[in-house]
Design a protein around this ligand. Structure first.
Ligand code: ADP
Length: 191
């Protein structure tokens, strides 16, 4: 199985690129952000709790997202692999993912890290907020908080994958096609 983690700051273009990679390599695209927004739209208890966190630019508790991933993996056993988008976002989530995948004997193949400058990320998020109406993308202070949380809680994951030889840097600046091409090149090498 080919299991990819697409990593990067909010607004790095993970969703767009994950979709393209999922098509190219016939992978199951799993976005925790999308899963959470589905729960919010359905007004489930989980969705209501998640919304409170998302609206402040904070992370949703690990137990919630890990349980959602577990459910996804259990429901999709006959697939070529997965592309995880927006997950893992904490060290605990990275370790939980390994445990879940180990249970199925299919480890993470690689973590693709999209590098994008902070100023560019803020511009992209504010633009996305205008188009999508996502409230967490419309307020500069929420965006700033998400970037701070990313630096504090998410960036340390790099040091988890690096010693395993699973960390691959990809320049996330440029056109969608250019970035897709760079990602594809790395995946061709590691699969
Ligand atoms: P982006 O990466 O572009 O900010 P996402 O759609 O991936 O957007 O996530 C939106 C919000 O959902 C995050 O700011 C966070 O509050 C929550 N979220 C998504 N994935 C996770 C996760 N793995 N762990 C905790 N919270 C998450």
């Amino acid at each position: 199985m080919l299991n990819l983690v697409l990593f990067g700051p909010p607004g790095a273009g993970k969703g767009t690129q994950a979709e393209l990679l999922a098509k190219t390599f016939e992978l199951n695209h799993v976005s925790t952000g999308d899963l959470l927004r589905t729960e919010i739209a359905a007004k489930t208890a989980l969705g209501i709790e998640a919304k409170r966190k998302i609206d402040k630019g904070e992370l949703v508790p690990d137990e919630i997202v890990v349980a959602m991933i577990k459910n996804k993996l259990e429901k999709n056993k006959d697939v070529n692999g997965f592309i995880f988008d927006g997950f893992p976002r904490t060290l605990e989530q990275a370790m939980a993912l390994d445990k879940l995948l180990d249970e199925n004997e299919t480890p993470v193949t690689g973590m693709l890290r999209l590098e994008v400058e902070k100023q560019e990320v803020i511009i992209r998020l504010l633009n996305r907020g205008k188009i999508s109406g996502r409230s967490d993308d419309q307020d500069r202070s929420i965006i700033e908080n998400r970037i701070t949380v990313y630096c504090q809680k998410t960036l340390p994951i790099i040091e988890y994958y690096k010693p395993q030889g699973k960390h691959f840097e990809v320049n996330g600046m440029g056109s969608v096609e250019e970035i897709a091409g760079r990602l594809k090149e790395v995946v061709e090498k590691i699969r």
